[in-house]
Design a protein around this ligand. Structure first.
Ligand SMILES: [Zn+2]
Length: 297
């Protein structure tokens, strides 16, 4: 199944979760179940935004965006991070209010059943979404799946808290669980925002891919004839880029140089999925001036 199909499924699941969790809150009047329901609302907005962004990211390069639209996914992940932090603050406000004015819970058994049911649904969906996100290197889908997993843990904590309230009669466990939920949501939100920032600031490729590139270059390098330097890499959504110099003897024909470059490019692309390599040809004793350290200041 494709990334966009999963996001549509995730929107449907979010709607079902909101219905189930709102029902659970309405039955029990528990503030921690309310916090759980609130988080699903945010998930709905996040999944819709992610779907829009993935649709944009899939568009082919155009005159205004010749490198493609892959970075659009970073907006989705950052936006969702901000949203869930805002939701968490709302939950803390509701929980503090309930802490000061405790109220007895009702119909706990039925409410908890609804909550467990929606968590099971989200857990199964998140498992398949994460797998697809890794296959397609989709940040938007990964962000959405991670949020679903947060939902599942959140709900598990809330259910445990409410079971304890039922067993002990300690009403304050309910707002306490709600605040713990909120803290976890904030943590997840911060990590989503950080990943977005990394993407927007052209973070280098993952270490395993940089190693794969180094290995390929080592195979082609020759102590007296061929040298690679100025190797820099970056990620843009599912796309990966690497730039480098290939230094070779000044007497080589352009044809010979181009043939070697083509072999290096093909080896790099088969070593790292989704890689675009840009290799500049230079004689051994010449360095490109735009790479001089003073230009970086
Ligand atoms: Zn160089």
């Amino acid at each position: 199944m494709q990334v966009s199909s999963y996001l549509k499924l995730s929107i449907a699941a979010a709607l079902a979760t909101i219905a189930l969790k709102t029902g659970a809150w309405w039955l029990t009047d528990s503030v921690s179940l309310l916090s759980d329901a609130l988080e699903s609302l945010v998930n709905l907005a996040g999944a819709m935004f992610a779907l829009a962004m993935v649709t944009i990211a899939a568009q082919p390069p155009d005159d205004d965006h010749p490198y493609g639209h892959h970075k659009a996914e970073y907006f989705s992940s950052g936006f969702e991070g901000v949203l869930i932090i805002v939701a968490a603050l709302g939950i803390v406000a509701a929980a503090v209010e309930r802490w000061l004015n405790p109220q007895p819970l009702q119909a706990l058994g039925l409410g908890l059943t609804l909550s467990v049911l929606s968590s099971g649904l989200n857990g199964v969906l998140a498992f398949f979404m994460l797998r697809t996100a890794r296959e397609h290197h989709s940040m938007a889908l990964e962000g959405d799946a991670r949020h679903l997993i947060t939902d599942v843990w959140t709900s598990a904590g809330v259910v445990a808290g409410l079971l304890a309230v039922g067993a002990t009669g300690w009403q304050w466990l309910d707002p306490l669980a709600a605040i713990a939920v909120a803290a976890n949501i904030v943590r997840e939100g911060v990590s989503l925002i950080r990943r977005s920032a990394d993407g927007l600031m052209d973070r280098a490729l993952e270490p395993e891919h940089r190693e794969a590139i180094d290995q390929v270059l080592a195979e082609f390098a020759h102590p007296t004839a061929i040298r690679f330097d100025h190797v820099v890499s970056r990620r843009a959504g599912a796309r990966r880029f690497v730039d480098m110099h290939m230094h070779m003897p000044a007497g080589w024909t352009l044809q010979r140089a181009a043939a070697l470059r083509s072999s290096v490019e093909q080896a790099l692309m088969s070593a790292v999925p989704g890689l675009r390599a840009s290799i500049q040809l230079l004689p051994n004793d010449v360095e490109a001036h735009f790479d001089d350290a003073r230009d970086l200041l």
